[in-house]
Ligand binder design. Structure first.
Ligand SMILES: [Zn+2]
Length: 217
């Protein structure tokens, strides 16, 4: 009897926590989109609505100025990648990356990581060192989200393979197909957004992606 009581209590508590999480994520999402759009307007950038996608954590994808705040912390679900130099990555993103790595390996492609999570101060250091054309301002980087990765040695062959395969695993090249950013195109930068948002992203950029795959032959 007592066991059933605990089970029911657990169920009730988890649904309560889940509802709260959704509310919080939605609140931040609205604020992030609003801030991103306002900043885009200030910089004279127009972002077509069909290019804006929302990732599995409720954060906007494919718009410039991804404002991230300290309160918005999906990082609670991160894990350390011991094999990859203790880098931090969201659990779900890591699971999907492992699957992607496995199928890449079958065709002789190695997906190794250069970078994953970056803190505000790490981003500040990078921005000061590289400047605004190669690094976002601190607080505006997708690397704060714990779902973005920089891959090692992305040549044409690897990038082409990723464009043909990674969307199905929930990954998008969010700094390659992007409206109005000052940052140069980055074929090595991929962000895990979940399979649904990745599919939508693929559709929104269909022409550009197909053209790119064709050019990389
Ligand atoms: Zn990056």
């Amino acid at each position: 009897m007592q066991r059933i009581y605990y089970l029911l209590l657990g169920l009730f508590m988890s649904s309560f926590v889940q509802a709260q999480d959704c509310e919080k994520a939605w609140m931040h999402y609205e604020r992030r989109v609003e801030l991103s759009q306002r900043t885009a307007q200030e910089f004279g950038v127009e972002v077509p609505i069909e290019k804006i996608q929302i990732d599995f954590l409720g954060a906007p994808v494919g718009i410039p100025f991804n404002y991230t705040t300290k309160e918005y912390s999906p990082y609670s679900d991160h894990q350390k990648l011991e094999k990859d130099g203790n880098l931090l990555l969201h659990k779900e993103a890591n699971r999907s990356l492992e699957d992607l790595k496995a199928i890449a390996q079958q065709v002789g492609i190695e997906l190794k990581l250069n970078n994953t999570y970056r803190s505000y101060s790490e981003q500040k250091h990078l921005h000061d060192k590289l400047g605004g054309h190669q690094a976002e301002k601190p607080g505006y980087s997708e690397h704060h989200l714990c779902t973005a990765i920089d891959l090692k040695n992305v040549n044409n062959k690897k990038f082409r393979w990723l464009l043909q395969n990674a969307f199905a695993f929930g990954w998008v090249p969010s700094y390659y197909f992007r409206e109005g950013t000052k940052i140069k195109k980055e074929p090595w930068h991929w962000r895990y957004v979940g399979t649904l948002a990745a599919k939508k992203f693929r559709c929104a950029w269909e022409l550009e992606i197909n053209r790119c795959i064709w050019k990389l032959r």
